[in-house]
Design a protein around this ligand. Structure first.
Ligand SMILES: [Zn+2]
Length: 259
């Protein structure tokens, strides 16, 4: 088995004019441009910034709902406390009127009325203290809510600013993409169908479908082709479609191949 080498260059029953093979390199160039543009569109820094801001807005909005609920609850509590105070005050007024009218003359009744007035006064004091406490809590919740609303508005404005930048970048990328796609379509017309099909298949498989052979190196995998393979390549007719023995991409011979 001395000197045996498996045939590493795949013998493809595929032939194409060398000029069509060279077009494949331009096509590869456009595909690389399109892939870069798609990558740029996906990884635009604005997208990360906007996602972070949206997360912040989401958190702030949860806090806003909490605070709004608290403000509503405290407002209701305050109105209830206020009504209670009013009720007791009405009763105090009525008792005072009875006391001042002179209608109550029985000393025992008078004493009882005066006791009630003292109790009502104390009750009003307690209720008003409680109401004040509710009002203070309400005020602090309203202040906090106002801050959150302001923060929310600030974040929303920031999102809008970054969205404008993002949309401008998208428009630029999309225009370049359309241009590259159009150029690609023009190039694809001059590549024979079978070669194009092979190219597309390899592109799906490896990311790139064709590479130039320059200075004995495959520009697809960047590996230098060994001497034996180079000698074999040199014997192949110009119109035979070759594959890189290392990476299997279509290997296109150029004037600088070093053969
Ligand atoms: Zn290669």
């Amino acid at each position: 088995m001395d000197g045996f080498r498996p045939p590493r260059l795949q013998e493809l029953p595929l032939n194409a004019d060398p000029s069509a093979q060279l077009v494949l390199l331009d096509l590869q160039g456009q595909d690389a441009t399109l892939a870069q543009l798609a990558h740029r569109r996906r990884t635009l820094p604005e997208l990360t910034v906007i996602a972070e801001l949206e997360q912040r807005a989401h958190e702030l909005d949860s806090r806003r709902i909490e605070l709004q609920t608290r403000v509503d609850d405290l407002g209701r509590e305050q109105r209830k406390a206020d009504a209670e105070v009013e009720l007791v005050k009405t009763r105090r007024t009525r008792d005072e009127e009875r006391l001042n009218s002179g209608q109550v003359s029985n000393p025992k009744d008078l004493e009882s009325l005066q006791h009630e007035l003292v109790a009502l006064e104390r009750r009003i004091g307690t209720l008003e203290d409680a109401e004040l406490e509710v009002m203070e809590s309400l005020e602090s919740a309203e202040t906090e809510l106002a801050v959150v609303l302001e923060d929310l508005a600030g974040v929303a404005a920031e999102i809008t600013t970054h969205a404008v930048t993002r949309d401008a970048a998208f428009a630029d990328i999309d225009a370049r993409t359309t241009e590259a796609a159009e150029e690609r379509a023009v190039l694809a017309v001059s590549v024979p169908d079978d070669l194009l099909a092979l190219y597309e298949k390899l592109r799906t498989q490896y990311g790139t479908g064709a590479a130039a052979l320059r200075a004995r190196r495959c520009e697809g995998c960047r590996l230098e082709i060994n001497g034996a393979d180079l000698r074999e390549i040199a014997t192949k007719p110009d119109d035979e479609v070759l594959r890189c023995p290392e990476c299997s991409r279509v290997l296109v011979r150029t004037a600088e191949s070093g053969l």
